[in-house]
Design a protein around this ligand. Structure first.
Ligand code: ADP
Ligand code: ZN
Length: 614
């Protein structure tokens, strides 16, 4: 999916190669193949063979005599001025004639050895390039011969028949996509109120998580045609061809509206334009055409463009602007429940024993994508067949997990149990410190499935209220919460990891701002020592103080964070029992919601549990 395609050689190159092949064939190979072996002999030898009646057949042709002996061997010799030849041949009883082998007329021979192959070759070339274009959905194949317009078809299925039910898990993604389905069902509703539907949505997630499947399900649910093309198919052969394909794709989509257009691997065309001179012109042209088309078409007609990528960071920002792919749909690796659901969806299509423990299989397949889980089920079915059984057993499932997992463990995507444990404690560390400081649900959801972003764990925080003003205490609490992950690692494992890098960055930024911009330190008071360079671009700051002061600031920042770290550590120490219980739950389930978090927290806190029991 992500390998960089080598630029293709132009078609002309192949034609030139083929031409060369024909030349070589005609001049070197053909004579060997098609002419029988002929032994050259002297005229005297020919005469004596005639006399001995050894000759069966004689042909005179082009100033030479070709003759066959009774065994069928061929000879030739030069034609001499020999008036008695006919007579002697007649006497020898040989069959003879002049010019038996008719020489091909020069025109015919030219036709057969040169023109026919050329025509054939061009014809085949045309056919294949057309096929290619048909598959890809563009029309430039014929353009190479200057024959004008593209007439290629895009791969269309009128309806895919796939529904959201066929996609297990991925509830967040489905929720976002449901609105698009509703729009396709009932565009009037949106039009009347003046609402514009997004023209495009970007499905973002690792390979095999069901992005294509989701796009098909949108088409299936809305009962509209589904156009599918891969980004890499746009970038082909000739400069300008990709752009032509894009134009063609949108033309067809407009004719078939309402419909879904799905562009897989959109990063192949939509990668960042690097602005280098002599950059990839072809790709840039294609991308520009895509942008133009997306801006140009009338969203109310019901053409919805879905695109998929597993490298969102490499996309050209122009693609993500409003009116283009302005909606982002995360399609992440499934958690434990998701994996179980996916296994069940695919197990529906195979004969299984009744007592399969899917939860156990899902647990064993930690880190597997939807595609890999589908594979696991299939592999299990194959195993059953191999053993001559009629039903898939638990053992089949477990065996095939091993087979498939061995494959992707190499890809280094799966965390070891130990790592998973560390991440679970780390994430709960954050959450528990937060909860103990504010006495409310600190998180919406925590998952410890590795994310596309590279983060190992993921904590979704929601503030109950949107804050515009934060107190000094709240900021300090936030810093304590950032340090909570590292504190948990240190407390439980007596070891620290690289997992806290991002926390440290954020804690540092916040602490610095408190001191240099918010006037929240005793030492410096209300003196601005840093200025925001540009509020809208990244929030870079510039230092506005003496070098000596800068040193002091660093020291105060360090102290502030250290104090908050100690606070976090102590909170966790006091709540060690809760930390264990929560981390265990997260480790086993890979996901914990805010509600579950609070439940477990209360159950494991003696005073509260006692109060609740009354
Ligand atoms: P992507 O486009 O994200 O690379 P696909 O949609 O092509 O992944 O998924 C490949 C296959 O894996 C699907 O055809 C389906 O069989 C299986 N699959 C992936 N995700 C899911 C899921 N969430 N539910 C059910 N099957 C899935
Ligand atoms: Zn962290």
């Amino acid at each position: 999916m992500n390998e960089v395609k080598k630029p293709r050689k132009p078609m002309m190159f192949y034609y030139a190669m083929a031409l060369l092949a024909i030349v070589l064939f005609n001049s070197l190979v053909a004579p060997l193949l098609f002419s029988p072996r002929v032994t050259e002999v002297d005229y005297s030898e020919f005469m004596s063979m005639t006399q001995d009646k050894k000759i069966a057949e004689v042909m005179v042709q082009n100033n030479q005599i070709i003759f066959k002996d009774s065994a069928g061997n061929l000879y030739n010799t030069g034609l001499m001025d020999d008036p008695q030849l006919t007579q002697r041949l007649y006497a020898s009883g040989a069959k003879f004639s002049s010019q038996i082998v008719k020489e091909m007329s020069p025109i015919l021979s030219l036709l057969i050895s040169w023109i026919l192959p050329l025509v054939l070759m061009i014809g085949l070339g045309q056919y294949f390039s057309k096929k290619l274009v048909e598959k890809a959905g563009g029309g430039a194949g014929s353009m190479m011969f200057g024959m004008g317009k593209s007439n290629a078809k895009v791969y269309v299925k009128s309806t895919t028949g796939i529904k959201f039910d066929d996609v297990a898990g991925e509830d967040e993604a489905k929720d976002i996509l449901r609105e698009i389905v509703d729009f396709l069902h009932n565009p009037k509703k949106y039009e009347e109120i003046g609402a514009k539907m997004p023209k495009g949505a970007l499905l973002v997630g690792p390979p095999g998580t069901g992005k294509t499947l989701l796009a098909k399900a949108v088409a299936g649910e809305a009962d509209v045609p589904f156009f599918s093309i891969s980004g890499s198919e746009f970038v082909e052969m000739f400069v300008g061809m990709g752009a032509a394909k894009v134009r063609d794709l949108f033309k067809q989509a407009n004719e078939k509206a309402p419909c879904i257009v799905f562009i897989d691997e959109v990063d192949a065309i939509g990668g960042k334009r690097d602005g280098r001179i002599g950059g990839n012109d072809e790709r840039e042209q294609t991308l520009n055409q895509l942008l133009t088309e997306m801006d140009g078409f009338d969203g109310s007609k019901g053409v919805v463009i879905l695109a998929a990528t597993n490298r969102p960071e490499s996309l050209d920002p122009a693609l993500l602007r409003p009116g283009r792919f302005d909606r982002r749909v995360p399609v992440e690796l499934p958690d434990l429940q998701g994996r179980e659901a996916i296994l069940k969806v695919h197990a529906k299509n195979v004969q299984t024993q009744d007592n399969i423990d899917y939860a156990a299989v899902a647990r064993a397949a930690a880190g597997a994508s939807g595609a890999e889980l589908a594979n696991i089920v299939n592999e299990a079915a194959l195993r059953a067949v191999r053993d001559g059984r009629r039903k898939v057993t638990q053992a089949d499932m477990e065996e095939s997990v091993e087979v498939i997992i061995a494959g992707y463990q190499k890809k280094n995507r799966v965390m070891s149990d130990k790592e998973k444990m560390v991440v679970a404690y780390h994430e709960i560390g954050h959450a528990l410190v937060a909860a103990r400081q504010s006495e409310s649900a600190p998180v919406h959801k925590i998952t410890i499935i590795p994310r596309t972003s590279g983060a190992l764990g993921y904590t979704m925080q929601v503030d109950e209220k949107e804050h515009f003003l934060l107190t000094k205490e709240e900021l300090e609490n936030k810093i304590a919460t950032f340090t909570g992950g590292r504190a948990a690692e240190a407390l439980i494992f007596g070891q620290i990891t690289t997992g806290a890098a991002n926390d440290i960055e954020q804690a540092t930024r916040l602490a610095r701002a408190m001191i240099t911009r918010y006037g929240m330190s005793d030492e410096f008071g209300m003196v601005a020592m840093e200025q925001l360079a540009n509020q809208y671009l990244g929030g870079d700051t510039t230092l506005a103080c003496a070098a000596e002061t800068a040193n002091r600031i660093d020291e105060v920042v360090r102290k502030l964070i250290a104090t908050q770290y100690d606070k976090a550590y102590n909170i966790l120490l006091e709540n060690k029992q809760q930390l264990h219980a929560l981390a265990k739950y997260l480790y086993e389930n890979e996901t914990i919601t805010g509600e579950e978090f609070m439940d477990i927290l209360h159950q494991t806190t003696p005073q509260i549990a006692a109060a609740q029991a009354q």
